[in-house]
Design a protein around this ligand. Sequence first.
Ligand code: FAD
Ligand code: NAI
Length: 475
Amino acid sequence: MSQAFDVVVIGAGPGGYIAAIRAAQLGFKVACIDEWKNAAGGPAPGGTCTNVGCIPSKALLQSSEHFEHANHHFADHGISTGKVTMDVAKMIGRKDTVVKQNNDGILYLFKKNKVTFFHGRGSFGKAVDGGYEVQVTGAKEETLSGKQVIIATGSNARALPGTPFDEETVLSNDGALRVGAVPKKLVLIGSGVIGLEMGSVWRRLGSDVTILEGLPTFLGAVDEQIAKEAKKAFDKQGLKIELGVKVGDIKTGKKGVSVAYTNAKGEAVTLDADKLIVSIGRVPNTIGLNAEAVGLQLDERGAIVVDADCKTNLPGVWAVGDVVRGPMLAHKAEEEGVAVAERIAGQHGHVNFNTIPWVIYTSPEIAWVGRTEQQLKADGVAYKAGTFPFLANGRARALGDTTGMVKFLADATTDEILGVHIVGPMASELIAEAVVAMEFKASAEDIARICHAHPSLSEATKEAALAVDKRTLNF
Ligand code: FAD
Ligand code: NAI
């Protein structure tokens, strides 16, 4: 006998758990299935984001930043500490506590919203009248039926061909977040978001870090001026980033790992290290979903094919988040989850792909929304640019962190904001103003005329908006 639901959600990452909650708020009877296990074998909803992604990486970034400040910046404030040490096990333990608080928070939210949670793997059974059967395989076997099914099964780390993750020496994001001691030498392959964030964590804690990047340009998706400024800061910190490399043989042994590669000059180089983190992107995950049984269409990358509304080729089956096209970001997954639940309810769920912010949580932080200067040029759009450096911002000086700038790009004729790019302190928070402005189709002048608190980093945003019209007040 199957248990009948209006909506069955497979996956409780940010896409799935948020879709489940929103569907329940809209009056549906909702089940959410997730297979992630904590160390004790119990449920750990929250997906990659909560367990081995956004949340634990930010916890380690915070701990390592405190360590870096205590070691290198407290003295500027007149604080002397003596020798500062790092208890890595305690740092990892704190991170695990933060993760558990988030897992428990989601279980609480399911209860509060009357979402029925099933711990196990969800896979498609047969199509039944007006919906689908979904089998749950876990501690308990269950058969559910759902009139509507939302797939939110996320993504997995991409491995280098011939070099599987062993999570001891060759690490994915999972192993990278639970290294037991500071590696003396660390190599990362891929200087994307994970490479830079994880490289920063271990460099701050004392590792000699080298990041090998295949492309000749640094952070190709980021506005060039911003990427250049960020690279300058990373170079100064001692984060070694080699661009335009071709990775060759990787050998692991008792003493660690050796990575052979050809550098941009064509020279053969071999690097020995204690650990290797491979951060070369992620692949959509449909493992165990039994998608073939129901004829669910996947593309050549293994992503579930969806239309602009997240509808799959099967009636009543939707897919959201990392398992479909678009940026692999938690907030994108959440927005799609909400929009799908609302569409199922007959409402007009909406996701604006033009205003999805990106943040890289390094120091300096990098954040942006909208198009880069290079994209505007390629699209043939006439634009005006305005920048303002944190060096001229009073709050940044007081914080002791004046790296970077805010950059505005606005339409040359209408002054509508087309992109905002920030490298510098708290860029992750500052970008929210730009997202709101762009969502409301504001002009640069709108931001320039709004009163911003003094002294605050947000004054740099106002000044960059003023710079579009060449009338900064403090620079
Ligand atoms: P996921 O979070 O991957 O969740 C999918 C869930 O489905 C998992 O719990 C999985 O166990 C479950 N599942 C899969 N198949 C089945 C099945 N058949 N049955 C039952 N359950 C199943 N994004 C940001 O926006 N900001 C960040 O700071 C950020 N930092 C990151 C740091 C790292 C190291 C990594 C790896 C990623 C980071 N991301 C970040 C990306 C973010 O984690 C993902 O975009 C987001 O988790 C995608 O959400 P999702 O719901 O689509 O999938
Ligand atoms: P990424 O796509 O950000 O970067 C991968 C990098 O590896 C690229 O620069 C690419 O050119 C390079 N690369 C690929 N193959 C290579 C090879 N064989 N040799 C050398 N270099 C190679 O992917 P990453 O860092 O693995 O992160 C995956 C995704 O997770 C991100 O795209 C992002 O969506 C998400 N994420 C988001 C974060 C955030 O929002 N702050 C933090 C971490 C991850």
